[in-house]
Design a protein around this ligand. Structure first.
Ligand SMILES: Cc1cc2nc3c(=O)[nH]c(=O)nc-3n(C[C@H](O)[C@H](O)[C@H](O)COP(=O)(O)OP(=O)(O)OC[C@H]3O[C@@H](n4cnc5c(N)ncnc54)[C@H](O)[C@@H]3O)c2cc1C
Length: 423
C-alpha cells in the first residue's frame, strides 16, 4: 500500500508530479509528505531569495511537532527552537490572571516550542533540499489552469510549469485560492497590529522559557527569556481600521518606538524597558485571519495552510495547522488512487478541525480588543475560570494539542482516521 510510486500503484507508468506554490511552512512540509507518498514535488517561491533574517517568532504546538515527526521533519525544527512549556497571564495592573501548561508532551518528553520564523523556514527548506526537492525562487504564480490530464502554472516572469497536481501553500493572500474560486473571500483584519523584537542586556522578572502575557491597559504584550538570555517580545497594539502594510511601512522606526512606549505607559510589565533595550524593532504588520473559504480544491488544485484557513496568531496555531494539513494531504494522495477524490478526502479530514481552531483564535482576540466591560469581566472571572478548567490535570485545549497523525495508518478506512491521542 505505501508504495514508493503511487502512480505505478494506481496504474500509471511514471511517478506522479506536483507543483507546490510557496516555500513558507506548509510548502516544504507538503513537499516532504508528497515525496514520502511517492510523488515528485517541485516548490515555486515568489521571493527571489530565501527569506532569511526577517520576521518575528512563533510557537509550534505539540500537534505541529507530532505532524512534523510523521514526515521526519521534527528534529531539524526542534534543533533551532526551544521548549516553551508554560504560559502566565497578567492584567496591566499586575494581577495574575492565569498560569497553565502550554500543552502536554510526546512520549519522549518533547513539548511545544518557540522558534524564530526565519529559523523555522530555513530548517524546513534546508531539510527538503537535502532530500532532493527542487526549489525555484523568484517564481510568483499569477495563474493556473487544468489541462485535462494535469495542471499548468503561469509565473510573473513569463515561465510556466506543468504537473499532475498543484498545491497552493502560498499563504494568507493566496493567488491559488483566487484561481480555484475567484469569489473566495479575502483575509479578514482582526483589529490589532503585530510587532516584535529581541532585547539584549536586560534582565526581566520571571523564569526563562515561560511565556508571560499581559493584557495591558491599552495594548497586549508578551515576552519570554530564551536560553541565551535574550528576551523575545511581541506587542499587539489595537487599531480599529486596517491600515494596510503600506501605511504601516511609512511609519519610521523612531516614531513607531515612541508610539509603542506610549501605549505601555503605566502598565505593570517590563514592556517599556524591553522596547528601550531593543536595537531593531521588527516592522509592524496588520493581523488577519480568514473567514470560511468555501472551496479548497478543484480536480487537480488544492490549497493548504493559511491559504485555506489562516488562524489569528492569538491561537498560536497557524504554523501547526499548516503542518497538519500538509501531512494529511500527503497521506490522502498516497492512499486514494485518483487525485480529485484524494483532494476531497483531505478537505473532509481537515475542515472541521481547522475551522474550530480559527474560531478559537477569534475568541482569544476578543480579550485583546474588547472594551472596558470585556476587560472588567475578564479580570474578575479569568483566574477562577482558568483554575476550574485546568483542575485535576484537565486541559480545555487538549483537543488542539493532542491531535496525532500516524503516517502508517491508512486513510481510506474511516475507523482508522487520524485523531486525538488519548490522555
Ligand atoms: C505576526 C504573526 C505571528 C504569528 N504567530 C504564530 C504563532 O505563534 N504560532 C503559529 O503557529 N502561527 C503563528 N502565526 C501564523 C503563521 O505564521 C502562519 O500560519 C504560517 O506561516 C502559515 O504557513 P503557510 O505556509 O501557509 O504560509 P506562509 O508561511 O505565509 O508562506 C507562504 C509562502 O508563499 C509565498 N508566496 C506567496 N504568494 C506566492 C505566489 N503567488 N507565488 C509563489 N509563492 C508565493 C510567500 O512568499 C511565502 O514564502 C503568526 C502569523 C503572524 C503574521
Amino acid at each position: 500500500m505505501r508504495t514508493a510510486d503511487n502512480g505505478a500503484a494506481s496504474g500509471g507508468a511514471r511517478k506522479r508530479t506536483a507543483l507546490v506554490i510557496g516555500c513558507g511552512v506548509a510548502g516544504p512540509v507538503a513537499a516532504a509528505a508528497l515525496q514520502k507518498a511517492g510523488i515528485e514535488p517541485v516548490i515555486y517561491e515568489a521571493h527571489p531569495v530565501a527569506a532569511e533574517g526577517v520576521g518575528a517568532f512563533l510557537g509550534v504546538g505539540l500537534n505541529g511537532i507530532d505532524a512534523l515527526r510523521a514526515v521526519e521533519l521534527d528534529k531539524p525544527v526542534l534543533a533551532r527552537g526551544f521548549p516553551l512549556p508554560r504560559l502566565v497571564i497578567f492584567n496591566g495592573a499586575g494581577k495574575l490572571l492565569a498560569d497553565f501548561p502550554n500543552g502536554g508532551t510526546l512520549p519522549d518528553g518533547t513539548g511545544a516550542i518557540t522558534i524564530s520564523r526565519p529559523d523555522l523556514y530555513s530548517a524546513l527548506r534546508d531539510e527538503v533540499v537535502a532530500r532532493g526537492v527542487r526549489i525555484e525562487h523568484g517564481k510568483r504564480l499569477v495563474h493556473a489552469e487544468e489541462t485535462g490530464g494535469g495542471v499548468r502554472a503561469q509565473f510573473a516572469d513569463g515561465g510556466t510549469a506543468e504537473a499532475d497536481l498543484l498545491v497552493g501553500a502560498d499563504g494568507i493572500h493566496s493567488a491559488v485560492r483566487a484561481v480555484i474560486d475567484p469569489t473566495a473571500p479575502d483575509a479578514r483584519y482582526v483589529g490589532f497590529l503585530n510587532t516584535a523584537g529581541y532585547a539584549r542586556g536586560i534582565e526581566v522578572p520571571g523564569e526563562p522559557l515561560v511565556n508571560y502575557l499581559v493584557f495591558g491597559k491599552r495594548s497586549f504584550f508578551g515576552w519570554l527569556t530564551a536560553p541565551d538570555g535574550v528576551v523575545w517580545w511581541f506587542a499587539n497594539p489595537p487599531r480599529a481600521d486596517d491600515p494596510g502594510p503600506q501605511r504601516l511601512a511609512a511609519i519610521s522606526s523612531d516614531e513607531w518606538r515612541a508610539q509603542l512606549l506610549e501605549s505601555f505607559a503605566g502598565d505593570a510589565s517590563p514592556a517599556q524597558a524591553l522596547i528601550r533595550h531593543t536595537e531593531h524593532i521588527i516592522a509592524s504588520v496588520p493581523t488577519y485571519d480568514m473567514p470560511v473559504v468555501p472551496n479548497w480544491h478543484t480536480e487537480r488544485m488544492v490549497i493548504i495552510g493559511d491559504a485555506a484557513h489562516a488562524v489569528s496568531p492569538s491561537a498560536g496555531q497557524g504554523a501547526s495547522m499548516s503542518i497538519e494539513d500538509a501531512v494529511t494531504l500527503g497521506k490522502c494522495l498516497r492512499d486514494v488512487p485518483e487525485v480529485a477524490p484524494a483532494l476531497a478526502r483531505y478537505e473532509v479530514l481537515r475542515r472541521d478541525r481547522v475551522q474550530r481552531v480559527v474560531a478559537q483564535g477569534r475568541s482569544n482576540d476578543r480579550g485583546k480588543t474588547g472594551g472596558p466591560v470585556v476587560r472588567f469581566f475578564r479580570d474578575l472571572f479569568m483566574p477562577l475560570a482558568t483554575r476550574r478548567m485546568f483542575r485535576d490535570g484537565r486541559d480545555p485545549f487538549r483537543w488542539i494539542w493532542s491531535h496525532h497523525i500516524d503516517w502508517d495508518e491508512p486513510i481510506n478506512q474511516p475507523a482508522a482516521r487520524s485523531g486525538n491521542r488519548p490522555g
